[in-house]
Design a protein around this ligand. Structure first.
Ligand code: B12
Length: 212
């Protein structure tokens, strides 16, 4: 594992220029993209979350760090593409109603797109009705939901229920994720799959659709 101290410090400070330079430096030094994401970017956002919980920083600083991380992700995005990709299936993805966190969802979208899935990203604060309306339009193979707040997780079963009522639940696979979401929760709400990170989201999606 590489040392991402300078990268972490710049994300915590919200210094995008330095963070982007440090991301590029890590790539140039031969660091693995996955290592940069997991141990450079995501680990730092966990640290940011801890500082927020402890009252050491507030929402504006958390937002600056988030924006900085997103700039770093842009540097890494071209490396997500798997060679020779034909469409593996359609994924409709969004962050559930009431929830504005989108970094994890964006990472999942990017990795899935890189692996050959066609993504329709509904953005954040997506109500069950919008999921249903777009699912009718797009006819996805997978409906993927993200939630980062324990208070917005209940929107996941509400969306599944809405898909049910609209008669499309049986036609799609439902995949869920986000920091407070667990495999057990996925089971409880009868989602088809859960993944803890963007990398395993890709392999779980392939598993769901029976492709390798
Ligand atoms: C950045 C951030 C923000 C930013 C979000 C900016 C943005 N554009 O996303 C801002 C400042 C807006 C924000 C606001 C708030 N936040 Co906030 N935030 C965070 C923080 C620090 C990082 C989240 C993040 O981006 N992590 C990095 C990404 C890559 O990780 P990830 O999202 O977990 O995603 C990975 C996996 O979960 C998974 N995944 C994610 N989605 C999906 C979907 C699918 C389908 C699959 C398969 C997998 C998957 O794959 C991803 C990649 O590996 C977290 C702390 C933390 N450690 O999570 C708090 C945190 C989530 N926030 C929190 C809180 C309380 C809030 C606020 C209520 C604060 C306030 N008082 O206003 C508001 C709520 C606003 C709202 N209505 O949504 C709490 C939530 C507590 C809880 N359990 O409910 C946390 C945990 C901080 C804390 N420790 O207290 N926040």
């Amino acid at each position: 594992m590489s040392d991402f101290k300078a990268l972490a410090e710049s994300i915590i400070k919200g210094d995008s220029n330095t963070a982007v330079t440090e991301t590029q430096k890590a790539l140039d030094a031969g660091s693995d993209v996955r290592d940069i994401i997991d141990n450079g970017l995501i680990a730092t956002m966990d640290e940011v979350g801890d500082r927020f919980s402890k009252g050491l920083i507030f929402v504006p600083q958390m937002l600056r760090s988030a924006k900085t991380m997103q700039e770093c992700m842009k540097v890494l995005e071209p490396f997500f593409k798997e060679g020779d990709v034909t469409s593996k299936g359609k994924v409709l993805i969004g962050t559930v109603k009431g929830d504005l966190h989108d970094i994890g969802k964006n990472l999942v979208s990017m990795m899935m797109e890189g692996a050959g899935f066609t993504i329709t990203d509904l953005g954040v604060d997506v109500s069950p009705d919008i999921f249903v309306q777009k699912a009718k339009e797009v006819e996805p193979d997978i409906v993927a939901m993200s939630a980062l707040l324990s208070t917005t997780m209940p929107s996941m079963p509400k969306t599944i229920e809405a898909l049910n009522k609209a008669g499309i639940r049986a036609k799609v696979k439902v995949m869920i994720g986000g920091a407070p979401v667990t495999e057990k929760y996925a089971h409880e709400i009868k989602a088809d799959s859960y993944a803890s990170d963007a990398g395993s989201a890709v392999s779980k999606a392939k598993e769901l659709l029976g492709i390798s």
